[in-house]
Design a protein around this ligand. Structure first.
Ligand code: CO8
Length: 366
């Protein structure tokens, strides 16, 4: 027997610290001035006008702001916590998990599995998910998953399958996207892209949902196609291969133009196939909660699908406030913009990014 599965609660948490484009550019340009005065290789200056026009990003949240805007440092100053203290990433995961449980009308006793899924985990083991599981007092299992920008949608698929098969009554999927330690704030092409956030979703049997807003999962798709256009060589082997563990190639880097050109048609094709497969017309989808990497990218994808530039009502944008938050972007859009849907309305949650990876869920409000 397989069960129908629904999203029954969503939680969103963001740090209190904001970094505007202007602040970020001032710090980067101060760093460049110093660098250029002392070196032959001259670095280019950044501009907040470029950032907003090219990406739609106006600001981002930072878990720790201290250090990022210091031209001498250009990275956050993250305090070290002892092994017996809650880790930074588990802390932000809990900040999103608790409101998700409350929204679902569930407690730790109702959850059988915790999946922490994001672009990076701050350590290899013990899993952040198991730390969160212990902090919440959940009796069951937990594991971490890494799928870059598609970590949330891919984890929701794993959670769906566990509930559908009956191996878990309810699953808590959490995306603690602590991106700021992996941003190269000295790189003009990428210094503005990312922000920190945490999101969480509770999935359970559709028939058992008791929350005010729940969404049956009608269809799921995951697709990966290998590409080196978005890459980080950060990894545990740095200790053994004698490379600099803090070199630029160990941080996020990309060929943004190529990504834009290659991923937009892939995402549009994927979304169309996903919706049509379930007998739903593209125009019948009430809301598209898209990955939040670039406003121009999202407009192009929706234009390909609907023939028109989308309104905020059809495809809400949150990246102006949050920037790119890796896998959490589409979940933030969902968290902020779902309560006005009425029973029977369809929506699509979709991610696309490094890998390449594309993941999507077609949902119907119960
Ligand atoms: N300020 C001023 N000028 C600039 C800047 C800047 N900051 N940056 C570039 N320029 C200049 C360039 O040098 C170029 O000048 P010229 O024409 O003289 O060569 C001009 O502006 C145009 O540059 P681009 O062609 O690079 O600009 P684009 O219009 O393509 O915009 C973007 C750049 C915004 C990066 C755009 O290409 C984009 O958004 N592409 C999509 C990228 C994307 O979606 N990537 C996904 C990454 S996220 C992901 O997969 C998850 C990874 C895991 C998380 C990592 C967490 C840290």
């Amino acid at each position: 027997m397989t069960y129908k599965v629904a999203i029954s609660g969503v939680g969103l948490w963001h740090p209190e610290h904001v970094i505007t484009n202007e602040e970020l550019v001032a710090a980067y340009n101060a760093f460049v001035e110093r660098h250029n005065a002392e070196h032959d290789d001259q670095l280019p200056f950044s501009s907040s006008e470029f950032i907003e026009k090219a990406s739609g990003i106006r600001q981002r949240y930072a878990y720790v702001k201290d250090g990022i805007l210091d031209p001498e440092r250009m990275r956050p100053r993250l305090p070290v916590r002892p092994d017996d203290a809650l880790s930074h990433q588990a802390e932000i995961a809990l900040n999103a998990a608790k409101p998700a449980l409350a929204a679902a009308g569930r407690t730790a006793a109702d959850i059988d599995m915790v999946i922490v899924s994001c672009a990076y985990t701050q350590r290899s083991y013990p899993a952040i998910a198991i730390e969160v599981q212990a902090a919440l007092g959940i009796d069951g299992s937990g594991f971490d998953m890494l799928v870059a920008c598609s970590a949330a949608t891919f984890a929701l698929q794993r959670a769906h399958d566990a509930v559908a098969a009956g191996s878990a009554r309810a699953v808590l999927v959490i995306n603690p996207e602590l991106t700021s330690p992996q941003v190269n704030y000295k790189d003009r092409d990428g210094h503005f892209i990312f922000g920190d956030v945490a999101t969480a979703i509770v999935l359970e049997r559709a028939e058992a949902c008791r929350s005010e807003h729940s969404y049956e999962i009608v269809g799921l798709q995951a697709k990966t196609v290998y590409s080196n256009n978005i890459r980080s060589n950060f990894g545990y082997t740095s200790f053994a291969d004698d490379t600099d563990p803090y070199a630029a190639d160990k941080l996020f880097h990309q060929n943004g133009r190529k990504v834009f050109k290659e991923v937009c048609p892939m995402a549009a094709e994927h979304l169309e196939a996903q919706v049509v497969e379930h007998g739903v017309g593209i125009g019948d989808v009430r809301r598209w909660w898209l990955h939040q990497a670039n406003i121009n990218m999202n407009q192009l994808i929706i234009k390909r699908l609907l023939g028109d530039v989308p309104s905020q009502d059809v495809a809400p944008t949150v990246l102006d406030e949050f920037a790119n938050t890796a896998s959490a972007g589409s979940i933030i859009a969902f968290a902020r913009h779902h309560e006005d849907l009425v029973s029977g309305d369809y929506g699509v949650i979709c991610s696309f990014g490094a890998g390449y990876s594309i993941g999507s869920l077609l949902v119907r409000k119960q």
